[in-house]
Design a protein around this ligand. Structure first.
Ligand code: TNX
Length: 528
C-alpha cells in the first residue's frame, strides 16, 4: 500500500475512532417514571443513544418479531426523523443497536414477560414470546424522552438510561371496556383507544356492542338489527354500527398490539334495540319503539320463545366467526323485568350456545345465578359482591371491575362536567388505592383473572370526552393489574403519574388535571 493511501486511510479512521469512543452521557434508570412499575430494575448510570444509525436487529425467520420491530421503527419515526433499519441476523445477540430476541429458554418470563438490558452501545430485549417483546417495546418507549410521542419533528438527543429491567405481569387479563352503544364511536376512535391501552401494557378491549339504545355490529342473518336498531343513540343522535369487515379491522389492529377484543351482546335485558328491530323477539309480538334515554332494566327478550334462541344462536355464530379471542360476553346484567327462573334458564341455554361455537362465556357477575360451567368467567361490577362470590363457589374465575373504584364513567368529583355518580365519585387516588385480591372477602388471587376498567358512555360523546374520563385513571388500573402489590404505593405512584404529563401533552390527550397529582414537568409552563 502506498504511503499516500495509508495516510488517507488513517485520516478516515481517526474521526471514526473518536466517534466510537464518544463517552455515553450519564443517566439514572432509577429516576425514570415507568407505568406500570416493573417487577425489578437495576440502574448502571450510563445511557444508550438512539441515533439515525441505530438499527433494530431480529433473528432470522421471526416474522412476528419483524412486525414488532416495524411498529417500533414507525413509532419513533415522526418525532426523530429516523428511518430505522431492521436487520435479520442469524445471531443478533451482542450486535450494536437494539436487538429483539425470542429466547426459548426463558419460559419463566411467561407470555408477556421480558428482560431489557440497556448498555451504552446496545439494547437487548428478550422474551419467551413475541407478546413479551411488544410489552418490552412499550418500556423502551417510556424510557425515551416524552417528546418521542410527538407527531412532528423534535430535537434529540434520544437517550435511554442504562441498566436492566426484568418484568412480567401479575395478572393475564388487564383490560378496559368501551360502551359504543350509548354513544357510537367510529373505528378511528376505537383504534385510538386501543393505542392508549397498548401504551400501558393492557391486553383486553371489551366492546359493549348492544344495549337498549343501539345495536352496533352487523349480523347478516338479522339485518334489521343494524338497519333499525343501529339508527340512534342516547339523546337521539344518529348512532351507527360496524360492518363485519370494520369489526375485523378493529380486531386486527388490536391483535397487532397484542390486545384481545371481547365482544359483548347484552341479554336478556338491555335489549330494547333488538326488540325494536324484530317484533318476534317480544313476548307480545309487537316491536317496541327505539329508545334514546338512559334508564336501565326495562327490556327483556322473550325467554320462552324458540325464535329467541334461534336469534341468539345466529348472532353468536356470526360473531364467533370473526372473533379470534376465546371469550364472547353475553352481558346478563340488570335483567330486572325477566323472571328469575326464566333468567336462569336463559343463561344456562346461552352458555351452551356460546360453547357450541367454540367460545367461552363471559358475563356480568349477575350470571352466577345460573349454573355456570367452570370455563365461564364472571365480571364483578356491583357494589354488593354476592354474585361474584356465588361465581367463585362454582369454580368460576372472576374479573374485577368494582364500579365504586374501577368505573371510568364515574365522575372524579361533584364538579366533574362528565360522568355519573351512582357508585360514588372516583378521584384518581381512590381509583389506584385498592388491590384486586383484597376487595371481595372470599375471593383470592387464584380466583381472579385480572382487572377491567369499564367506560359507559351515557354522558360521553366525543374522543375528548373519552380522554377526560380515562386519563389519568387508566395508567393506574394498568399498574394494579401488572405490578406486584409490593410495588403499589399512591404516595410514590402519584409522582410517576405527574411525570407522565409531558407525554400526555405530546400525545394530545385531553386529560383531567386532577389537583391530587403533582404535575411536575409543566408546572411552570402554561397548560393547555
Ligand atoms: C350499570 S355496569 C350498567 C350499565 C350502565 C352503567 C352506568 C352494568 C353491568 N350495567 O348499563 O351504563 O351502570 O354506569
Amino acid at each position: 500500500m502506498s504511503k499516500f493511501l495509508q495516510f488517507g486511510l488513517a485520516l478516515l479512521f481517526i474521526p471514526m475512532m473518536l466517534f466510537s469512543c464518544k463517552k455515553p452521557i450519564p443517566k439514572d434508570l432509577n429516576q425514570e417514571n415507568l407505568i406500570p412499575k416493573p417487577v425489578s430494575l437495576t440502574a448502571t448510570g450510563s445511557s444508550f443513544e438512539w441515533t439515525k444509525n441505530t438499527q433494530i436487529n431480529i433473528q432470522t425467520g421471526k416474522e412476528e418479531v419483524r412486525e414488532i420491530a416495524a411498529y417500533l421503527a414507525d413509532f419513533i419515526a415522526p418525532s426523530t426523523g429516523f428511518k430505522t433499519e431492521i436487520k435479520e441476523l442469524k445471531k443478533p445477540l451482542g450486535s450494536r443497536g437494539i436487538s429483539l430476541i425470542i429466547n426459548e429458554n426463558q419460559k419463566d418470563l411467561g407470555e408477556e414477560g421480558y428482560n431489557l438490558i440497556i448498555e451504552s452501545k446496545k439494547i437487548t430485549l428478550e422474551a419467551f414470546k413475541p407478546e413479551g417483546i411488544f410489552r418490552g417495546v412499550q418500556t423502551i418507549r417510556q424510557l425515551l424522552p416524552a417528546k418521542i410521542e410527538s407527531d412532528s419533528l423534535q430535537k434529540g438527543p434520544w437517550l435511554i438510561a442504562s441498566g436492566t429491567i426484568m418484568d412480567y405481569p401479575q395478572y393475564g387479563y388487564r383490560g378496559a371496556m368501551l360502551d359504543v352503544v350509548r354513544h357510537f364511536f367510529g373505528i378511528e376512535d376505537v383504534k385510538q383507544y386501543i393505542d392508549y391501552l397498548a401504551a400501558y401494557k393492557m391486553n383486553v378491549l371489551h366492546l359493549h356492542l348492544s344495549d337498549d339504545q343501539g345495536w352496533r355490529i352487523e349480523i347478516k342473518s338479522w339485518p334489521k338489527l343494524t338497519e333499525i336498531g343501529g339508527k340512534t343513540q342516547v339523546g337521539g343522535g344518529k348512532g351507527g354500527y360496524y360492518t363485519q369487515e370494520e369489526y375485523q379491522e378493529i380486531v386486527q389492529y388490536a391483535k397487532e398490539r397484542y390486545i384481545t377484543i371481547i365482544p359483548e351482546i347484552d341479554m336478556p335485558g338491555h335489549t330494547n334495540a333488538a326488540l325494536a328491530s324484530y317484533a318476534e323477539l317480544n313476548a307480545d309480538n309487537k316491536a317496541c319503539e327505539l329508545y334514546t334515554g338512559t334508564r336501565v332494566g326495562f327490556s327483556t327478550l322473550a325467554t320462552d320463545k324458540e325464535i329467541t334462541y334461534q336469534f341468539v344462536d345466529d348472532v353468536i355464530r356470526e360473531l364467533a366467526a370473526i372473533t379470534p379471542g376465546e371469550y364472547i360476553h353475553i352481558g346478563g346484567d340488570e335483567s330486572h323485568v325477566t323472571k328469575k327462573k326464566d333468567y336462569i334458564k336463559f343463561v344456562n341455554r346461552v352458555q351452551k350456545i356460546v360453547q357450541s361455537h367454540g367460545k367461552k362465556m363471559m358475563g356480568w357477575a349477575d350470571v352466577a345465578a345460573a349454573s355456570l360451567d367452570e370455563s365461564s368467567v364472571a365480571q364483578f361490577w356491583q357494589t354488593k359482591p354476592e354474585n361474584a362470590v356465588k361465581a367463585v363457589k362454582q369454580n368460576v374465575k372472576v374479573i374485577m371491575s368494582p364500579a365504586s373504584l374501577a368505573y371510568m364513567d364515574m365522575q372524579y368529583d361533584s364538579l366533574c362536567p362528565l360522568g355519573l355518580h351512582w357508585a360514588g365519585f372516583v378521584p384518581v387516588d381512590k381509583a389506584y388505592n385498592w388491590t384486586l385480591e383484597s376487595i371481595v372477602e372470599g375471593i383470592a388471587k387464584k380466583d381472579i383473572l385480572g382487572i377491567e376498567a369499564p367506560l359507559w358512555t351515557e354522558t360521553v360523546e366525543t374522543m375528548d370526552d373519552i380522554e377526560f374520563l380515562v386519563f389519568p385513571r387508566l395508567p393506574g388500573y394498568a399498574e394494579l393489574g401488572w405490578s406486584p402489590v409490593e410495588n403499589h404505593s399512591w404516595d410514590e405512584y402519584k409522582f410517576r403519574l405527574g411525570m407522565q404529563q409531558e407525554r400526555f401533552e405530546f400525545m394530545n390527550i385531553n386529560y383531567y388535571k386532577s389537583e391530587l397529582i403533582p404535575w411536575q414537568v409543566l408546572k411552570n409552563k402554561e397548560l393547555k
